[in-house]
Write a protein that binds this ligand. Sequence first.
Ligand code: SF4
Length: 508
Amino acid sequence: MSTSMTPQITNPAALDGDGLGCHSGEKQLLAAAQSAGKSATLEQYAKDYPKGPHDQPQSMCPAFGSLRVGLRMRRTATVLSGSACCVYGLTFTSHFYGARRTVGYVPFNSESLVTGKLFEDIRESVYKLADPAAYDAIVIINLCVPTASGVPLQLLPKEINGVRIIGIDVPGFGVPTHAEAKDVLAGAMLKYARNEAEQGPVQAPRAGRGDKPTVTLLGEIFPADPITIGMMLEPMGLAAGPVVPTREWRELYAALDCVAVAALHPFYTASCREFDAAGRTIVGSAPVGHNGTEAWLQAIGNAANVGQEKIDAAKNRMLPAIKGALSKMPVKGRITLSGYEGSELLVARLLVESGADLRYVGTACPRTPWSDVDRQWLEAAGVHVQYRASLEQDLAAMREFKPDLAIGTTPIVQAAKEQTIPALYFTNLISARPLMGPAGAGSLAAVVNTALHNKGRFETMREFFAGVGEGYAAGVWEDTPHDRPEFREQYKRQIVKLQKKGNAEAMI
Ligand code: SF4
């Protein structure tokens, strides 16, 4: 069991921000974390995940990305350390998205946080969980408040009874999107596995090692896509390797043991650092559409030192079928597109190749070298590409381009529907379908075309609901409410006054 190594928590002031991480108090939490020994971690995050026009996450809690990666792995326990409200939301979302594993939680209160007892509790829970018959790894995720107060997960043992212990900080004030939080955990696991592989022999893949060199696929893609990619690679004498984030610890070794890495999703900066350290060539973009697939096959073939004859054989096998699928299912209409999954530029390319009049693509993820090819291609096609897009930028694009279809996040879809613009949720309806090869072309066009034909239904609904529940009169009322702009003004003045008073007191 644990020894009595209670660390000094250097910044109890972090408690002032308890539960406020998403909405306010970001600067205080950041300053608290820096003075509580988390500077190095936060500096690395600032380099890996540079912020954009807004400094708060505008989508779900970023930690969901790390949690999801942990929960999807076999023989892995994932434990949260954070405020109860955050843990409630994260657990709810995990199960909403079909997690079939338990979310672990080490609760805390002001006293256990300030005295360092929380670290002791985490340590104790890790020792209790570390059963090698049940687990390969235990992941502990510090949320906003424990990160801000410096709960030192790095002091946990690296391994207990053969079970690996991975402690990571994933605060909303340091990791901007849930996409990048996937990278925080995937990168930490790859680093651990790379060190293990450097020390000596490691476990082989469950199905054994194949005889062909493999290409590791970086990014959570639709389950059919790796099969399509495998078929594309076959004429080059290559095979599709594991998908990272992996579903099992031993796949990490196989992922590192590749001839090249396909960064299909371009935001895995920490993971790419590990592949780079292992000496692997990383290729950006993905085999989407005709042009995208042709360029990708060439880049992968070059990275894997495959002769041009074989690369051409791979192209000849796939490209005619993709061309056929694209021309069979054309997309006609003006579209704006935005999302926070990191695959937005790939979807955008496919839409343009399908014939769509795409004007804008916004992604919450940052610009990285691995999406440069896609950005250049889209810009040459006249599409505005916005990295680290804010909700306001996405909404402004919709107002400016007046699309026939808006693909976006929940608030974009809501705003579009209010304006009788047909809309599709990017996360649930677009990113959860195949994108690669002929299957990708056909599948995307089918859902987009169905939505494009919905304009008439939206207009009928607007007529039917006209005048009901808009603006200040939203809701169900016995009498239609009267607008009282003077009350709002009065209330605003009161709040400003209170804020000024609070600031003045804080300065005393
Ligand atoms: S952990 Fe997530 S939900 Fe909680 S305060 Fe931080 S960003 Fe918000």
